[in-house]
Ligand binder design. Structure first.
Ligand SMILES: *Cc1c(COP(=O)(O)O)cnc(C)c1O
Length: 385
């Protein structure tokens, strides 16, 4: 029986060549040639927004909160159904975390739940583009933020950046953050990007990026020394990672094509289960140009999710569940003294199963996975007769 991995990163040969080049060129390993190439690429793609290459999506969020001048006691709303470091970035800034629920059967944050959490201290909403897709709910929440004078940070950690997928997403958010972590599709080991909407571009953001100094002035003006001018940290992405990333960017068109092809195959083969309500929600390849980067199924019961996961594991097919909701964690309950309930998020975690999806996954493997899932349900049905 062949093993099918959940995820295998696609480090194409160009990435390796560029790393060699970065190492042997004798040029700077801090903001060298590839840092400049990548930055130029993102700045052009996201024009008139401004792009900052950082060492993780987590760092991008930390930097964003500094740029937005968040103060202690300010409140930030996030979904209970998200990655832990989104919450920790807020906590490290000394701000309060408010956890919103998701829509029923969906990984997207619910606007109605967000509205209930608004207080005079609410400053920011961080909203996830789950699986790389911008949903209607994301657009509604963004609009709500705009109307209520709140900053909107789009957590686009899952989104694959390519010419065809970015469209106008950057213009709708105040700040958009991306991840190039190994578990994401565009991968340089560890890395991230912060994209600042043109309306927010100012010198202060550059200072935060430059360790909290006016270093850039020394380069472009007559100033002889740089000095401490702002808050900031070392957020920069190192040159070796930029070289890897440049190879990934070059291969992104192929990656997008492969992911779309595989999602489409999953949709074709599993449609019968969707029609019967065994699958209540899933990643669907629709007409937008966005490229799904996560293949998820929301199943009809927690029991079916657990036993299907076991069945697939038995057939050497690796699947995953995520995110264990933040409000359920012991740490949050102890620290906050709260017993929040985000029932949709809890219910979702119990029933959401992620199937293998990556650029190198073959169509044959997708068919094997689908057939294994179909056999599971057939066996269940015949057991009932
Ligand atoms: C992975 C992830 C992050 C963090 O990305 P890093 O680059 O590892 O810091 C943030 N948000 C979401 C939704 C993620 O999945």
């Amino acid at each position: 029986m062949k093993q099918i991995s959940f995820y295998i990163p696609d480090l194409n040969e160009n990435s390796g060549r560029y790393v060699d080049k970065a190492l042997t060129s004798g040029k700077s390993l801090f903001r060298g040639e590839f840092h400049e190439k990548c930055t130029h690429y993102f700045n052009t793609l996201f024009f008139p927004s401004k792009s900052y290459l950082v060492s993780s999506c987590t760092d991008a969020i930390c930097m964003a909160l500094i740029i937005l001048e968040l103060q202690q006691q300010d409140e930030v709303i996030i979904s209970s159904y998200t990655f832990v470091t989104v919450a920790n970035a807020i906590k490290n800034r000394g701000c309060h975390i408010k956890l919103a629920d998701t829509i029923a059967n969906s990984p997207y944050m619910d606007l109605q739940s967000v509205k209930k959490l608004i207080t005079p201290r609410t400053r920011v909403v961080i909203d996830m583009y789950y699986g790389g897709i911008v949903s209607e709910e994301n657009v509604k929440i963004r609009k709500f933020c705009q109307e209520n004078n709140l900053f909107y940070i789009a957590d686009a950690a899952h989104l694959i950046i390519s010419e065809e997928t970015v469209q106008t997403i950057i213009e709708i958010a105040d700040i958009t953050v991306f991840s190039f972590h190994e578990t994401k599709v565009l991968n340089c080991g560890q890395g991230g990007l912060m994209v600042l909407n043109s309306s927010l571009i100012n010198h202060s953001a550059d200072e935060v990026y430059n360790h909290g100094t006016d270093k850039d002035l020394v380069k472009i003006t007559q100033k002889k020394f740089y000095e401490w001018t702002n808050e900031g940290l070392e957020f920069n992405l190192n040159e070796i990672s930029c070289a890897l990333l440049w190879g990934q960017i070059e291969g992104s068109k192929k990656t997008v094509d492969n992911l779309k092809k595989n999602v489409s195959k999953y949709n074709d083969r599993l449609k019968v289960l969707k029609d019967k309500g065994k699958i209540q929600n899933w990643t669907e390849l629709n007409q937008t140009s966005f490229c799904p980067t996560i293949m998820y199924l929301v199943l009809d019961s927690a029991e079916n999710c657990t036993s299907l996961k076991e069945h697939l594991a038995h057939k050497k097919i690796d699947t995953r569940q995520h995110y264990y909701p933040l409000h359920q964690s012991q740490y949050y309950r102890n620290k906050s003294g709260k017993q929040d309930s985000c029932n949709n998020a809890s219910h979702l975690y119990d029933r959401l199963l992620r199937l293998p999806l990556f650029s190198l996954l073959s169509e044959d493997d997708v068919i094997t996975i689908c057939n294994t899932i179909l056999t599971f349900y057939e066996a269940k049905n015949s057991a009932l007769v």
